[in-house]
Design a protein around this ligand. Structure first.
Ligand code: F6P
Length: 568
């Protein structure tokens, strides 16, 4: 068992591990075989040869099955990656050597693995069965989690049925979630994804940006008499959220009076004192705990707006989906473990192919905010350059995550993925069955997803282009190099459970990568400097007296220009 005062499994530097060197030799050999690898490309090379992925598939007719993993309801096809059985074995050996299993078990057991903040990391406890026992500081946290869930269910049911009314007795039909980061992206992404499961009489809105346009847009479309405002903030001291919440409160009070606040405002937070100081009765607060990271908080009280939208039963299915992937992650052997394999492939590309980005391409318009959600999950977790003990890493860490739903992306940035000079490993996410179909369009959608994964992997050689009768001057332009790796993730339908499984799949993928890189995936000190500077600059922009500016000349000039524009 991992002890909280241990500095983690990265005692031997990652790059000094024999498993790393084995992998390096192995990956380099494979790297040099791909005509698309940067080392194989020179200005003089005319056109790439046969893609390595074609060769790998030709050599092993069983390849698709051999590299497909079933993780709960998700079918994860990893066959279009630069892996052979020995590559997979070498990657899995690295995971074992880095203590992935011990660290995983420590997380699930409630050890304080978030060392820089001295906290446990227990988003997995949020979806544990009521009879589970998970202790933090000697106290079983599971009963408290289920008490909050039960209060959420009662409240959501009363709002949905109209039993909980606004101050003037009208049913609440608009729910505005005011939060940012993990207190916004999770509920926003999931509410968008599960809109088909939502009560059509309820409108969900999300306000996050301190840009007044965001709040004004939501308020101007809402009626105070029928609006519930959920102020979602783990810390309850995030300036964007508090500014928006204050303005929303003033909007309500202006039209319905101070006494209307309890019927229209609830808070989701770990900080009861700050909630009370803000002017929300703590009876109207749904709590959670410091061991729930913001970007991992969708299964906590932060999911209240989602629960109101889709109903408690669907929310329970969502939690069950998260739990199903937890169970898979805890029990599947590493070589058959979906999140582990995805993480290791990410390591392969980031560290051995020196690839910097990772694209997430859902073939589902409902998942339009999924890439944004994963950006926070992945980049805030693993965008780190020091190890647990504060020493600098000597290897690359978290990739730049980005993406948009297909087929829209195909008509925007896929050109670069197909024929550009960067290799972008991609995740295609699709569903066998649509929520509802229109004239067979779901078939077309999925045909596009399968076609893109195929085209990216196998390309089109110059000879094939010529054989299709293309004139010689255009052959190079119309050649596709292939060897653009991707994972194809398929689920039967986009249900609350499937969404929960997808989220937990990525949570655990990010966790495994953080363990191997030896970073703390659960703090986010990198967001602090900008916040502190903004507070200071905020004063300098607004103070009536001309302030003495001692920034750099660029920042000084920008502040002066802004002050002038406002006649200050
Ligand atoms: O800016 C970073 C961050 O702390 C995120 O990690 C978090 O999700 C977000 O701000 C919002 O924080 P809070 O829920 O405390 O308002």
């Amino acid at each position: 068992m991992y002890a909280s005062d241990d500095s983690g499994p990265a005692m031997t530097p990652l790059i000094a591990r024999p498993e790393w060197h084995e992998l390096l030799a192995h990956a380099s050999a494979m790297f040099s075989q791909s005509p698309s690898s940067p080392s194989s490309q020179s200005p003089s090379s005319q056109s790439p040869g046969t893609p390595l992925l074609r060769t790998l598939f030709a050599e092993d007719p069983n390849r698709a099955a051999a590299f497909t993993v079933q993780a709960a309801d998700l079918r994860l096809d990893f066959s279009k990656h630069f892996v052979t059985a020995p590559t997979r074995d070498a990657l899995v050996k690295l995971a074992h050597a880095c203590g992935v299993e011990d660290r995983r078990d420590a997380m699930f057991a409630g050890a304080a693995i978030n060392q820089t903040e001295g906290r446990a990391v227990l988003h997995t406890a949020l979806r544990a069965e009521p009879n589970a026992e998970i202790t933090v500081d000697g106290i079983n946290v599971v009963p408290g989690i289920h008490q909050v869930l039960e209060r959420m269910r009662n409240f959501a049911t009363r709002v949905r049925s109209g039993e909980w009314t606004g101050a003037t007795g009208k049913r609440l039909t608009t729910v505005i979630n005011v939060g940012i980061g993990g207190s916004d992206l999770g509920p926003l992404m999931a509410s968008t994804a599960l809109a088909g499961f939502s009560d059509p009489d309820l409108t969900s809105r999300f306000v996050s940006n301190v840009d007044p346009a965001d709040l004004l847009e939501a308020l101007s479309a809402s009626d105070p008499e029928t609006t519930l405002v959920i102020v979602a903030s783990k810390s309850f001291n995030t300036i964007e959220t508090l500014s928006n919440a204050r303005a929303a409160r003033a909007w309500l009070v202006e039209s319905l009076g101070e006494e209307a606040v309890p019927a229209h405002f609830v808070a989701l937070s770990t900080n009861a004192e700050a909630v009370a100081a803000f002017g929300i009765d703590t009876d109207n607060m749904f709590g959670f705990w410091d061991w729930v990271g913001g970007r991992y908080s969708i299964g906590s009280a932060i999911g209240l707006s989602l629960m109101i939208a889709i109903g408690p039963e669907n929310f329970d299915d969502f939690l069950a989906g998260l739990r199903a992937m937890d169970t898979h992650f805890q029990n599947a052997p590493l070589e058959q473990n979906g999140p582990v394999i995805a993480a290791l492939l990410g390591i392969l590309y980031r560290n051995f192919w020196e690839i910097e980005t990772h694209a997430v391409l859902p073939y589902s318009q409902r998942l339009s905010r999924f890439a944004a959600y994963l950006q926070q999950l992945d980049m805030e977790s693993n965008g780190k350059s020091v190890q647990m003990d504060g020493t600098p890493v000597q290897w690359a860490t978290g990739p730049i995550v980005w993406g948009e739903p297909g087929t829209n992306g195909q008509h925007a940035f896929y050109q670069l993925i197909h024929q550009g000079t960067s290799i972008v490993p991609s995740d295609f996410i699709g569903f066998l069955h649509p929520e509802a179909d229109v004239g067979g369009q779901h078939d077309l959608l999925m045909a596009n997803m399968f076609a893109q994964a195929e085209a990216l992997a196998f390309g089109r050689t110059a000879d094939e282009v010529r054989a299709a009768g293309v004139e010689e001057a255009l052959v190079a332009h119309r050649t596709f190099p292939g060897d653009r790796p991707s994972t194809v993730i398929l689920a039967p339908r986009l249900t609350p459970s499937a969404l929960g499984q997808l989220i937990a799949f990525y949570e655990h993928k990010v966790f495994v990568q953080g363990v191997i890189w030896g970073v703390n995936s659960f703090d986010q000190w990198g967001v602090e400097l900008g916040k502190a500077l903004a507070l200071n600059i905020g004063d300098e922009l607004t103070t009536p007296e001309a302030p003495t500016l001692d920034h750099d000349s660029s920042t000084n000039a920008l502040i002066a220009l802004y002050r002038k524009a406002h006649g200050r």
